[in-house]
Structure formats: C-alpha cells, structure tokens
Design a protein around this ligand. Structure first.
Ligand code: GSH
Length: 203
C-alpha cells in the first residue's frame, strides 16, 4: 500500500496510528505530498480529484479516501479491533471519530486562514468561528474523556491526533486549561508507541 502523506496532517496521522495499532504500518509506503487548497498537488489530484491527503493506493489498485474510509479499510485488513462491529460501542467510537475529525477540520481551516490566505483578504471572524468549534468540541470531549479508560479505537485515536495537532499548530490556545480529564487522558494516550512514532515535526 502507498499513502499520500504529510507529517503535519492530523488526518494522515490518524491513518498511520491506526495502521501501527493494527500491525500494518510496515506494509504502507509513504509518498510525500504537498496538498494545499489553492496550490494543488497534481500528483495527488491524479488519484483523488479532491487533491486531499490522506489518499491511499491499495495493493490491488484501488484508490481510497478520505481518512475514515482508509481507516475502515485498514481495520478490515487487520483484526478489526479498532471499529466495534455493533452495539453502542460502535456508535460511540464512530461519533467520537466525527467529533475529533470536526475539531481537526476546524483547526486546519483556521490554520489555512493565516498561512494560505493573503493578509488583505483575511477575515478574523472566520478564524474566531473555527476556533470556537474547536473549543466547544474540546468541551464535549472533556465530558467524555473521564470514561475512556484504556479504550484504543478509531474514536480515541482520532482524538489523540486532534489534540496532537492543537499542540503542534495552536499551542497558544492552552486547551488543557479547564480540561483536566482530557489532559490526563491525553498524557497517557500520547505515550503509546503508535502516537510517539507518528508525532508531527517540531513546529
Ligand atoms: N475529510 C478529510 C480531510 C482531509 C484534509 O483536510 N486534509 C488536508 C491536509 S490536513 C488537505 O489535504 N488539504 C488540502 C486541501 O484542502 O485541498 C479526511 O478525513 O481525510
């Protein structure tokens, strides 16, 4: 398998953490990409018309995106332990993934507002609105994190990657302030081998 990849992307990281946890990481070759909403990476577009990463090329020639589909595929290639098959655990894991992905989406959009948009065209209310989504998402996570225990599934993996991205790009937000359950849970989760091996580069 090959994955179009950037070390800074939290969505790519989610797939790689999942692959690590499933024992599949060695089967994935990294293909460095420069995905960007304006200056599109045509090598990615050639496979994925949206030009976004992660994009996975499977060994039997399929092209998979986005990160949720890739994680489903990896889970099926492995022993299926990351996405509970049925019952309340399945819906908790999947909605946790949606919340974490939403935090990542909002944070990435806020980041693009400063690094991709020319200064004269920037709109502060846009950034504020995206960061409010991050904040309310984290508040919802705070209410859940106390019950996570040792859960390692697609929901907790996605939360780990979302929090790692906030530390990487938005450390000034101080997300740990007033979110002690999340902070305590993340400290343990971030020490997992899968998380350590996929850390973003120094900002
Ligand atoms: N929903 C997508 C989001 C992926 C995403 O936004 N990736 C960013 C990099 S972190 C990207 O490719 N941006 C380029 C663009 O927006 O065109 C997923 O879950 O994979």
């Amino acid at each position: 398998m090959k994955i179009y990849y950037a070390a800074a992307s939290p969505f790519v990281r989610k797939c790689l953490v999942a692959a690590h946890e499933l024992g599949l990481r060695e089967r994935i070759e990294l293909k460095t990409a420069a995905a960007h909403p304006v200056n599109r990476d045509m090598a990615v577009v050639a496979h994925n018309p949206l030009g976004k990463i992660p994009t996975l090329l499977t060994d039997d020639g399929a092209v998979l995106y986005d990160s949720r589909v890739i994680c489903e595929y990896l889970n099926a290639q492995g022993d299926g332990r990351l996405i509970p098959r049925e019952g309340p655990a399945r819906w908790s894991a999947l909605v946790d993934q949606s919340l974490a992905d939403g935090i990542m989406d909002a944070a990435v959009l806020a980041r693009y507002e400063t690094v991709a948009r020319p200064e004269a065209l920037r709109w502060n209310d846009w950034t504020t609105g995206q960061l409010q989504k991050v904040a309310s998402g984290l508040d919802a996570l705070e209410a859940r994190a106390g019950g996570f225990g040792g859960r390692v599934d697609i929901g907790t993996i996605a939360f780990g990657c979302a929090l790692g991205y906030l530390d990487f790009r938005f450390s000034s937000l101080g997300w740990r302030d007033k979110r002690r359950n999340v902070a305590a849970w993340y400290e343990r989760f971030a020490a997992r081998e899968s998380m350590v091996a996929t850390q973003p580069p120094a900002a």
